[in-house]
Design a protein around this ligand. Structure first.
Ligand code: MLT
Ligand code: MN
Ligand code: ZN
Length: 302
């Protein structure tokens, strides 16, 4: 299977338009060794031509332009994106659907709770019905599915402990299916990847998926639990936002130390996170633990 990281940053991207934190300012004025990143999305394929877009970022048009494999040009109007899958209904993962409105009707794989958000409080589905329209394919929480046109891959959604989006009427009372991770298995090679860009806690089934996968691409949003508070940018902790920080007891580094995957990759990185600074001690610490930091355009072949 081929995985391309289209966007490796959390909501806002890096640098964020209005942010003057050390990272954002340093990238703009050239004093920081770091790379700009667009918002959170990956694409997965078994044959290099037909792709599942996992999360539709507001930066999707730039991401498609940067990724020729997504544009095979077999007809005058064409796309390599055969289907879209959503891990949650957060703005940084769904608003790119609006940018795909010139295409043909999109098969949209999401859970029932994400589908409800997109028909109610964030009504992308009714709006898109006046353009390409979407065809809902419900993602189950009790088994795997295959996607027509993407032969040889099985997708198994796992409910995650995280948070519903800020606009949701149950932001602080999450329901199973508000946030999922995806175990992606290549039925021909037996290789697998686990993708979870928004992960608040390691539940037993997540632990099992991470132990099984050859490659994990997991929540790299924050280094510290109180990162946004410490920088004076927000009153919220990582946990308030549904994210497990990397540092500290039971943090993502400790979790990944217990996982044998060949590739351990942090993804959905917030612009405040010191790991974006390639010269930071935090980045060096990750390297010592065999943990990679995703970047836009990163390709993983399993
Ligand atoms: C999150 O996952 O918490 C988001 O990146 C927040 C956002 O989209 O602004
Ligand atoms: Mn996000
Ligand atoms: Zn910033």
């Amino acid at each position: 299977m081929n995985i391309v990281v289209l966007g490796s940053a959390a909501g806002g991207g890096f640098p964020q338009w209005n942010c003057n934190c050390r990272n954002c300012a340093g990238l703009r004025n050239g004093t920081l060794r770091a790379t700009a990143r667009t918002q959170s999305s990956i694409a997965v394929s078994a044959n290099g031509t037909d792709w599942v877009l996992i999360n539709a970022s507001p930066d999707i048009l730039a991401q498609i332009r940067a990724t020729p494999a997504l544009q095979p040009a077999r007809a005058r109007r064409d796309s390599g994106i055969a289907a879209v899958m959503l891990m949650d209904a957060q703005i940084d993962h769904v608003t790119g659907l609006l940018m795909l409105r010139e295409g043909r009707q999109l098969p949209l794989y999401c859970t029932a709770s994400v589908w409800r958000e997109l028909n109610g409080p964030l009504p992308l589905v009714p709006v898109l019905s006046h353009y390409c329209g979407v065809r809902w394919q419900a993602l189950p929480l009790d088994g795997g599915i295959q996607v027509p046109g993407i032969d040889g891959l099985r997708f198994t959604p796992l409910a995650l402990s995280s948070k519903a989006p800020p606009y949701s009427d149950h932001r602080d009372h999450p329901e199973p299916g508000d946030n999922i991770g995806m175990l992606i298995e290549d039925l021909n090679t037996g290789k697998s990847a686990f993708y979870a860009p928004g992960l608040g806690a390691i539940d037993p089934q997540v632990d099992a998926a991470m132990r099984r996968a050859d490659c994990v691409l997991v929540d790299g949003t924050f280094w510290r639990a109180d990162e946004m508070i410490e920088l004076g940018l927000s009153g919220k902790t990582a946990a308030d936002m549904g994210h497990l920080p990397q540092s500290g007891d039971g943090g993502m580094i400790a979790v990944l130390d217990g996982v044998e995957a060949r590739r351990k990759v942090l993804i959905h990185i917030n612009n405040t996170n010191p790991i974006l600074d390639e010269d930071s001690e935090q980045r060096a610490l990750l390297a010592r633990h065999g943990i990679e930091v995703a970047f836009d355009g990163m390709e993983i072949t399993l």
